[in-house]
Design a protein around this ligand. Structure first.
Ligand SMILES: Nc1ncnc2c1ncn2[C@@H]1O[C@H](COP(=O)(O)OP(=O)(O)O)[C@@H](O)[C@H]1O
Ligand SMILES: [Mg+2]
Length: 1165
């Protein structure tokens, strides 16, 4: 929707030119002027073709709003005015739609806005790529990795308050739809010397200040820190506060970001513990301490700080203390310990702090990578964003600047290679003629630094590894010898006499002419920094820390992994990582953002032309423009070109039906543009001179104005005519409405008059009828009244007659009723008298009976009482007599005796009763009489047990040896199969007979009988399962003391003979079937044909006997496997025999079927 509204084209309302390629005339002056003009109008972005120049505005600009994002989204690169969003959009769309891995290289000096640019790119990509919970989480994690890395890797420098002190390359990975999947971050060489020392006006890494001002009291106590920057030697004081930077708030942001990226709380705390340890290391101080042998030694001044460090890290204090005062050198199994003097001790302390911090940083990057890495394995498209430290020229340049500038030199090289290549490729692709353009190639400088034989880095390594006394001076000497003749190397002491009198070149320095300018390097510290030496005693002490993170940072401290080889030097490590980076970048389609710093004061609105001019020069921007213009200054795809200029040609205006290219051709020929001014590519038109484009633009502007007038004219005519038509239409409508109204009024008047007349007439008529009806009614009423009077008289006469008659009849009835009443009352009175008399007699009789009964009862009670009294007196007297007689015995024994007597009596009864109730002597008889008394419970149980044992013994005593053997076998079978094989219960009742086949008796088997000398334990016909098809054949199965034999059932001929020692295992199912396999020892002679699979009706007996015989003969327990699936070796194959639930269709016989090479299936009904 926004697409149709926004019209800010690259060429509309242009301030200066938006694309330097269009600059006319082209010179350094006009170039800078153009930049300045645009900068003054807040246009900080300018193109050179597809390269974006960004000038740091040093103030917030309103051009990064969500509306701007929408405006630039899915628009053509040159369609709108230059913007970092246009570049980001182009890169993202090429990645998504053309399936081309991309990289964005952001270069420029420190403070030029590289990091900001990389953040803008990331935020734009995040805003336009896919949506959804999962994608949003990935985006959020990618974005939030920034604050964490910035806290640990950025610091305030004189050039930039938030300067990245490490190089960062981030690969963002996308799926085919363009949704982000994750990312990988690579970091390059953190400037670790900053940890222990910062130049004037600069700060240590942000995290230290953030921790001290933002952490809660509780956390500070835990980390044993004080909220006071001045207490810590490693923190610079003069610039502890940075304007506009709220360290405390940033600390919260960082903690929050850590949480989003996926650091658990305990891990975040471990990280802060390491930070605290580094801070506290800086406070350890040493003083000299001389021993008797005269050696210089050092001692820790105040051990309090050391103690706290040890508490934080969990290292034993003596271990760390020793590591600070001794250095052990190990060579060829010899250990030599030397003491450290004060300077060496300080060196060791600082080396430890630097190493601890830089290793923590690398660990952090790896840890973030783990969190943000893509979770899927699908093919990914990659967009790399490189934000690496810019070219640095300080007053004192050391090893770090040397390394940083080398990296920039390499990036410039890749820029030269790739821009040229891309330009060239486009011409070839579009079939346009191309002539080569020359410009400065910095390969020679890269070679001076990185050449493997005589490059500066190689020489530094050689010097570091050389035995003997090595110092920065010896290194410089070596450089002076080897590089003397190199045209980009300058040194006072070199053999080349050019610089002998150059006073700007001190003796302890060398100078390199970089592509971006000459840089003077102080040679001091090169050897040490390249060696990056940390005494082994210290790394071993650190490895002993109980804090897991610290321990993991010093793996080389593990005494078990001592490595006498030197670790690679810092220089060679960096060279290798730069080489990997370059290779990575070369595989991708490059896009450039060239950041330019407008002034050295970090101030808005100031454009220092000299400073910008220097940057433009060394970045080779002018050359870039020239290369771009050498061929064609401007190119555009046919469709948008036709769309823009189609109004300039009658044929193409307003619509062109054919292909866009021929439309453009027609357009250009109509406009009579000289043929040498343009060229037709396959998909684009190439315009050689910017003037041509501007001419086109002017024509377009003119034509657009004409068109506007035309449109205005037509619009006015149209407007007047519409107005007139509208007025006419209105007039007609009003007249019609009025006529209708008048007619309506007239009609209503006529209608109401007619109604009045009508109603008068109707009223008059009605009144006449009413009068007539009234008269008629009155006549009718008179007749009725007369008739009624007559009827009344008649009726009254009849009524009085009837009344007289009735009165007479009533008098008679009353007299009759009186007579009847008096008769009835008389009868009632008589009956009442009679009843009263009868009741009195009954009452008297009952009373007399009651009296008699009470008298009798009283008499009976008296008699009973008397009888009871007599009995009581008699009993009392008897008792008295007995007591008198037995009193003497009772005194001593009576109680006990009575008790014993009773017990005896009870026991006697119990045993006599038991004798009568005794159960049978059958051991399986479960009956047993119940116990009569509770106290006899245990006796009763014991008696039952004894009785049972006795009858069992009795039962056993009857057995002959033969029977005993049978029972032993049965017992064995029970132990082997009970509850394991479903077939077992049915075998319990069957006697084990062993030789079922009477081989001795049957003459058919005479030959067989003769061949066997030993005792036959089993002789039985079994079914042998054919391995090929699962069908079975009958075989005689013979078990003797030492062998197992199989013979033909008909002829009795022996088919196989297996010594029992070769039988390893018997397998069978747990079901109700008789299948079993006999497994043979691998490699034995019998096993050559493979294992046997049988089925038998006497499986339980056979397996038991086989088990017992093997045990007695070979003293080994035969392995019996009961499982519904087992493997059988058939010749060379292993076949699985599987038992399944079969249908009942085939009766109750299990069916065996060969399913395939590997499976034999037995269906058990
Ligand atoms: N596009 C921009 N808009 C506003 N301020 C910017 C912009 N780019 C850079 N700055 C300012 O410049 C400062 C330095 O930029 P930075 O990206 O950190 O530089 P570099 O990474 O190149 O050293 C930032 O802190 C910010 O204040
Ligand atoms: Mg930066």
């Amino acid at each position: 929707m926004a697409k149709t509204e926004v019209k800010t084209s690259l060429l509309d309302n242009m301030i200066g030119v938006g694309d330097m390629v269009l600059l006319e005339p082209l010179s350094e002056e006009t170039f800078i002027d153009n930049l300045k003009k645009r900068f003054d109008h807040s246009e900080i972005y300018t193109y050179i073709g597809s390269v974006l120049i960004s000038v740091n505005p040093y103030r917030p600009l309103p051009i990064y709003s969500p509306e701007k994002v929408e405006e630039y989204r899915n628009r053509n690169f040159y369609e709108l005015s230059p913007h970092i969003y246009a570049l980001s959009d182009e890169v993202y769309r090429s990645l998504r739609d053309q399936d081309k891995d991309q990289c964005i290289l952001i270069t420029g000096e420190s403070g030029a806005g590289k990091t900001e640019a990389s953040k803008l790119v990331m935020s734009y990509i995040a805003a336009v790529c896919g949506k959804g919970a999962e994608v949003n989480q990935v985006k959020e994690q990618l974005l939030q990795s920034n604050p964490v890395l910035e806290a640990f890797g950025n610091a305030k420098t004189v050039r930039n308050d938030n300067s990245s002190r490490f190089g960062k390359y981030m690969d963002i990975e996308f799926n085919f739809k363009g949704d982000p999947l994750g990312g990988v971050i690579s970091n390059y060489l953190l400037e670790k010397s900053r940890v222990v020392k910062q130049p004037r006006g600069e700060r240590n890494f942000h995290v230290f200040y953030q921790l001290l001002s933002g952490a809660s009291e509780e956390l500070l106590n835990k980390l044993k820190l004080k909220r006071d920057v001045s207490r810590y030697n490693y923190l610079s004081l003069d610039s502890a506060k940075v304007n506009g930077m709220d360290d405390a708030a940033n600390f919260r942001t960082v903690r929050n970001a850590m949480q989003i990226v996926g650091f658990p709380d305990h891990e975040a705390e471990s990280i802060l513990e390491v930070v605290a340890t580094v801070l506290k290391l800086g406070n350890i101080e040493f003083k000299p301490d001389s021993r008797v042998n005269g050696l210089d030694e050092s001692k820790i001044k105040d051990k309090n700080e050391l103690k706290e460090i040890c508490e934080l890290t969990g290292i034993d204090q003596p271990v760390l203390e020793r590591a600070f005062s001794f250095r052990t050198v190990e060579a060829k199994q010899e250990k030599v310990s030397t003491t450290l003097n004060v300077a060496q001790a300080y060196y060791a302390r600082d080396a430890l702090a630097k190493n601890l911090y830089s290793r923590l940083f690398s660990w952090l990057v790896n840890r973030i990578n783990e969190s943000i890495k893509a979770q899927t394995k699908v093919r990914k498209k990659v967009m790399g964003v490189l934000d690496i430290y810019g070219f640095e020229i300080f007053e004192d340049n050391s090893f770090e600047q040397f390394i940083i500038n080398y990296c920039n030199e390499k990036l410039q090289q890749i820029f030269i290679e790739l821009t040229l290549k891309e330009e060239q490729e486009e011409y070839i692709q579009e079939d346009i003629e191309w002539t080569h353009i020359n410009y400065f190639n910095n390969t020679i400088i890269c070679d001076l630094i990185e050449n493997n034989t005589n490059g500066i880095l190689a020489m530094l390594d050689e010097e570091c590894l050389r035995p003997g006394i090595v110092s920065d001076e010896t290194f410089l000497e070596k450089l002076n010898q080897v590089c003397a003749t190199h045209q980009h190397f300058e040194s006072r002491m070199s053999k080349c006499s050019r610089f002998l009198n150059d006073t700007s070149l001190p003796h302890s320095c060398f100078r390199i002419q970089h592509y971006a300018g000459k840089v003077l390097y102080q040679v001091e510290g090169f050897v040490d920094k390249n060696n990056d030496l940390l005494y082994r005693d210290l790394s071993q002490a650190m490895w002993k820390a109980s804090q897991a993170l610290i321990k993991s940072l010093f793996p080389e401290g593990n005494p078990a992994k001592i490595n006498l080889k030197r670790p690679p030097t810092a220089g060679s490590q960096f060279k290798a990582s730069v080489a990997t980076l370059m290779k990575n970048l070369q595989d991708k389609n490059p896009n450039y953002i060239r950041c330019i710093k407008p002034n050295d004061k970090k101030a808005a609105h100031i454009f220092n032309e000299t400073l910008v001019c220097h940057q433009v020069r060394y970045l080779g921007l002018l050359e870039n423009v020239r290369v771009r213009r050498a061929g064609y200054a401007f190119r555009q795809v046919y469709e948008p070109c036709l769309e823009r200029y189609k109004m300039l040609c009658k044929q193409t205006w307003p619509h062109w039906k054919g292909p866009a290219r021929s439309g453009v051709e027609a357009l250009f020929s109509e406009l009579e543009i000289p043929v040498e001014e343009y060229s037709f590519g396959k998909s684009k038109i190439f315009i050689r001179n910017p003037r041509t484009l501007f001419k086109l633009e002017d024509l377009r502007k003119q034509r657009v104005e004409d068109l506007a007038t035309l449109i205005q004219k037509i619009y006015r005519g149209w407007k007047c005519r519409t107005h007139f038509l509208l007025m006419r239409k209105s007039q007609i409508m009003i007249a019609a409405w009025y006529r209708r109204y008048a007619q309506q009024k007239w009609y209503q008047k006529t209608k109401s008059s007619a109604l009045v007349i009508q109603s008068y007439i109707r009223g008059w008529k009605a009144r006449q009828i009413l009068r007539e009806l009234k008269h008629q009614k009155r006549c009718e009423e008179a007749v009725t009244t007369i008739a009624a009077y007559w009827h009344g008289t008649q009726a009254r006469r009849e009524l009085s007659r009837l009344k007289e008659e009735a009165r007479k009849k009533h008098a008679i009835a009353v007299i009759w009723a009186y007579w009847l009443g008096s008769k009835a009352r008389r009868e009632l009175r008589r009956l009442k008298e009679e009843a009263r008399r009868k009741h009195a007699v009954a009452v008297i009789w009952a009373y007399w009976l009651g009296l008699k009964a009470r008298r009798e009862l009283r008499r009976l009670k008296e008699e009973a009482r008397r009888k009871h009294a007599v009995a009581v007196i008699w009993a009392y007297w008897l008792g008295l007599k007995v007591r008198r007689e037995y009193r003497k015995f009772f005194r001593s024994y009576a109680g006990k005796k009575i008790y014993e007597f009773i017990i005896q009596r009870i026991m006697q009864n119990y045993f006599l009763e038991m004798k009568n109730k005794m159960p049978s002597v059958s051991p399986i008889d479960k009956n047993w009489p119940s116990r009569p008394y509770l106290f006899l419970d245990s006796t009763h149980k014991e008696l039952k047990r004894i009785f049972h044992l006795w009858r069992c013994k009795k039962y056993r005593d009857q057995f002959t040896d033969q029977q005993k053997l049978i029972y032993e076998e049965k017992l064995e079978a029970s132990e082997l199969f009970k509850d394991k094989k479903a077939l077992y219960p049915s075998s319990v009742g069957q006697p084990f007979q062993g030789p079922y086949l009477e081989i001795n008796e049957n003459p058919k088997y005479k030959k067989l009988k003769d061949a066997i000398e030993e005792k036959i334990i089993i002789a039985e016909v079994v079914n042998k399962i054919n391995r090929a098809n699962g069908k079975s054949t009958s075989r005689i199965f013979l078990l003797t003391n030492n062998n197992l034999l199989l013979a033909d059932q008909k002829s009795g001929q022996i088919k196989s003979e297996v010594p029992l020692v070769d039988v390893t295992k018997v397998s069978m199912s747990s079901q109700n079937d008789g299948f079993f396999a006999i497994h043979l020892k691998e490699g034995s002679e019998a096993a050559s044909k493979g294992d046997f699979l049988f089925s038998s009706d006497h499986l339980i007996e056979m397996a038991t006997k086989l088990y017992r015989t093997t045990l007695s003969q070979t003293n080994q327990k035969l392995n019996i496997e009961i499982s519904d699936e087992f493997l059988v070796q058939f010749r060379k194959d292993k076949v699985c025999v599987k038992f399944i639930q079969g249908s009942q269709n085939n009766g109750s016989v299990p069916m065996c079927k060969r399913k395939n090479n590997r499976l034999l299936e037995v269906a058990v009904p």
